[in-house]
Ligand binder design. Structure first.
Ligand code: PRT
Ligand code: MG
Length: 235
């Protein structure tokens, strides 16, 4: 018999992903021994000696899992669509960290008219791949500008006509005098698994997936309808 490797590593980001994953982990019998918001540790031990957590940037999660540095990862659909998925299984929609990928413009910008007139728009986004696909599908010619954050600023200072960004409460758009004009897709966090790990460590990973799946169902309530509030869209 070969070496039995039973320990597993789960990659996730701190902030909303960690906060919303913690109850799912708990349902799978895993409790972190440190709070990533308070601790500076990047490897967190858990109550289970065979499970550890690593804290990485949200957009780095698929990379750790793809190369097998983590066996399991939790990442937004937004992040996964920007990543080349080789070597990853994406078996589970966790129904957490839900939001929508939207096109947004300044309050005073007539997006529909610009689209009708076939104007060539400048669009700032962190999500080049998703934006590229969306506008290609609409046969719109756009110039994409890559940003790494604070996309909401771009239309305000004349860097772009529109942005592609995530919206949850709609408060950030509103605070910056922007409006959502198009939904690209609903987004939620997914559990991904390294393909090789799933084979080699099936005995540990499989029950964990089952527990996650069961717990995630409870988050699977129908999405609330959009509420239009002063022309501001909320989830
Ligand atoms: O911060 P960092 O650059 O490391 O990465 P990140 O910003 O991608 O990480 P994080 O932790 O902020 O988000 C992790 C994941 O949470 C994302 O990949 C999404 O899948 C998911 N998620 C859910 C969100 C939101 N909701 C969300 N509202 N991610 C970001 N936002 C931002 C949005 O970009 C916008 O700036 O929140 C702002 C809008 O929020 P509202 O409530 O004002 O509409
Ligand atoms: Mg962030």
């Amino acid at each position: 018999m070969g070496i039995i490797m039973t320990g597993i590593t789960i990659a996730l980001s701190k902030g909303r992903i960690f906060d919303e994953t913690a109850p799912l982990l708990k349902a799978a019998g895993v409790i972190a021994l440190d709070d990533p918001e308070k601790s500076r540790k990047l490897i967190l031990a858990t109550n289970r000696p065979d499970v550890s957590l690593i804290i990485v940037r949200a957009s780095d999660v698929p990379t750790y899992v793809q190369y097998g540095a983590a066996d399991i990862g939790i990442a937004g659909k937004d992040v996964l669509l920007e990543h080349d998925g080789t070597g990853l299984y994406q078996p589970l929609d966790l129904n957490i960290a839900r939001c929508r990928m939207m096109v947004a413009v300044r309050d005073d910008f007539d997006y529909e008219a610009a689209v009708r007139q076939g104007a060539r728009l400048r669009v700032a986004t962190k999500y080049l791949h998703t934006a590229q696909e969306h506008f290609a599908e609409k046969s719109m010619h756009v110039d994409l500008i890559k940003l790494y954050g604070s996309m909401e600023l771009a239309p305000l200072v004349g860097l772009a006509d529109a942005i592609v960004d995530l919206v949850s409460s709609g408060h950030t758009l509103k605070a910056n005098h922007l409006k959502a004009v198009e939904e690209i897709m609903p987004v939620s966090a997914r559990l991904i698994v390294n393909q090789a790990a799933l084979k080699v460590k099936r005995e540990v990973i499989q029950p964990m997936l089952a527990a996650f799946s069961e717990a995630a169902k409870k988050n699977g309530m129908p999405r609330q309808k959009w509420i239009h509030n002063d022309g501001n869209m909320l989830l």
